[in-house]
Design a protein around this ligand. Structure first.
Ligand code: ADP
Length: 540
């Protein structure tokens, strides 16, 4: 018979992260760029006081454990306080992506049963548009200072600072079951309505702990962390929890995510770690190049959400001396599930080989297991060659979508919709998403590999590849290119450049130059929009 360990059963709770941060790192700083006014600066201890005031406020409004509080907000300090006050009280923090279509936004607010919506003043027009369709919402609360709290026709907007002011700075956090719901995030809904993922306290605490590990983002009290990845999507990869756990300085960028604004904040606040999607880093590097700038303190950046091109990894490493940690995850995995990093011996490899390894999505972090399967569900070998659908399981992977009747799992594993290879030593590489891979003449072409090859051209700022219906080959690749400012490129130059880098039959049939690409709320190119616009150019 198995013996039972004789250890305490203390739940892993988000309120414990807050109280730990205030007790152990009370004087650590949180800096926040606001939509209006100068940078806001206060300590972990101050933040905890306001979070407790907000917790008291929410209960005075009649909200109870299990109530859902929505937010439509940037990465800023009032949003951070809400993360802790709401989940800590046993309520569910439902972060909404403001760049969803208003109909979808109203859909998720209704589907989640939000009783309160917290919003930044920037989003007042959006609130006006959706409020008439969100009849379960009893309170609309603006997360700005009083002078910048807008009046919104048809609703009674309350100001957060006014609301919390009369309340006590102490709060008795409830002893919750660690399995209870803490935060809710919906997928982007590129196909059908968005689906909700309800994260438990346990999932978030474990994932945040994992994020701090040296092989993941290596967060400690010696670091200053700037999460560019939005708090409205996948918990900002758990950074609002991990930084407080680890006692790192937290720098919140608010609404200004352009290269110049991010660079200024990184320099003035001596940021050492950042995290975001590749499109953000492209803007930042362009700013550095155009103005001949260098980083003084930045040493590491986490990147994911879409594939980080090798050319950009090389730039960060070799020109700017910043270590790139390329990871993979999705709404359904709470935060980071795999991470590329180099072992001692790999650090000695030639530069190109190192970049090639970092361009892969890396090894699963402890707690996450991966496998790949073929169309019949059979496991494929971990040989770095066989490619199949990536399946994932672990303590912080979704089991069932919010309010769904059926499990989302197949034989205990979550099907990701990504196509990947896994090498014998566990390094996973995303080859494509099942819906983006190009099926040409019965063979597969990876849109990610083609995009990577295209952005290696010195005059290319961004590239996207889609599969377009073709009368002979079923599908053929179409390449869209945004040239760098003041650079012009000819189609043949691009074709010649790619011909040296990819198999001949992979070379796109058409290259179209555009001024910009449609980028969605999470910084990813919207390939669905491109398919709608260009989907028939080989058949018309
Ligand atoms: P969506 O992109 O549909 O909004 P998510 O934000 O949850 O959904 O993104 C998850 C998807 O993003 C993954 O399934 C994968 O296709 C893609 N992704 C995430 N990280 C990477 C990466 N490092 N490289 C390539 N693709 C990635």
């Amino acid at each position: 018979m198995q013996s039972i360990g004789k250890m305490m059963e203390r739940p892993l709770l988000i309120s414990a992260i807050l109280e730990h941060s205030a007790d152990q790192f009370g004087q650590q700083i949180i800096v926040s760029r606001e939509t209006h006014g100068p940078l806001h600066r206060y300590t972990f201890a101050d933040m905890a006081k306001r979070a407790r005031q907000l917790a008291n406020t929410l209960s005075s409004l009649g909200l109870k454990a299990g109530s859902v509080v929505g937010s439509i907000a940037w990465n800023n300090y009032r949003h951070l306080e809400s993360y802790y006050a709401v989940s800590g009280s046993g309520m569910v923090m439902h972060t909404c992506n403001p760049r969803l279509h208003p109909d979808q936004l109203a859909y998720i607010i209704n589907h989640a049963d939000d009783e309160v919506v917290l919003f930044d003043s920037t989003f007042a027009p959006l609130i006006k548009a959706i409020a008439p369709h969100c009849l379960k919402v009893k309170h609309w609360i603006c997360l700005s200072d009083k002078t910048n709290t807008p009046a919104v026709e048809g609703i009674d907007v309350k100001n957060i600072d006014d609301l919390i002011a009369p309340h006590s700075q102490s709060f008795h956090w409830p002893d919750l079951d660690e399995k209870s719901g803490a935060a809710l995030c919906y997928t982007s809904g590129t196909t059908g309505n968005p689906k909700g993922v309800l994260y438990s306290h346990r999932a978030i605490a474990l994932s945040a702990l994992s994020t701090c590990l040296p092989n993941v983002l290596s967060i400690s009290s010696q670091e200053a962390v700037l999460p560019v990845v939005p708090m409205f999507h996948i918990n900002a990869w758990c950074l609002p929890y991990a930084t407080l756990m680890a006692g790192a300085k937290l720098v919140l960028p608010g609404p200004k995510l352009d290269g110049a604004s991010l660079y200024d904040l990184m320099e003035s606040e001596k940021v050492t770690i950042s995290a975001g999607v590749p499109t953000i880093w492209m803007g930042l590097i362009q700013h550095l190049e155009q103005n001949n700038l260098k980083f003084s303190t930045m040493r590491r950046t986490g990147v994911g959400g879409s594939a980080m091109p090798r050319a950009l990894i090389a730039k960060f490493n070799d020109v700017y001396n910043v270590d790139v940690r390329h990871g993979w995850g999705m709404t359904e995995t709470t935060a980071i599930a795999t991470m590329s990093n180099l072992s001692d011996s790999e650090m000695e490899w030639p530069t190109d080989k190192r970049h090639e390894l970092v361009a892969k999505q890396g090894k699963s972090v402890f707690g996450v297991e991966l496998k790949i399967i073929d169309e019949d569900g059979n496991s494929l070998p971990r040989d770095g060659v066989a490619q199949g659908e990536l399946m994932v399981r672990g303590q912080w992977i979704v089991e069932k979508y919010h309010k769904a009747d059926k499990t989302a799992l197949v034989d205990g594993w979550f099907p990701t919709g990504d196509i990947a290879t896994i090498s014998p030593d566990g390094v996973m590489q995303i080859r494509d998403r099942t819906k983006d891979v190009i099926k040409s003449g019965g063979e597969w072409i990876s849109s990610i590999d083609l995009e990577n090859a295209a952005v290696a051209h010195p005059d290319v700022a961004m590239a996207a590849v889609i599969g377009v219906k073709h009368p002979k080959w079923d599908e053929r690749p179409l390449l869209l290119i945004v040239p760098k400012p003041e650079k012009s490129l000819e189609k043949q130059q691009v074709i010649d450049f790619l011909s040296e880098r990819v198999a001949k039959w992979w070379v796109p049939d058409e290259v179209i130059f555009v001024q910009s690409l449609p980028v969605g709320g999470t910084g990813k190119v919207q390939k669905g929009d491109l398919r709608l616009k260009y989907g028939s150019i080989f058949t018309d």
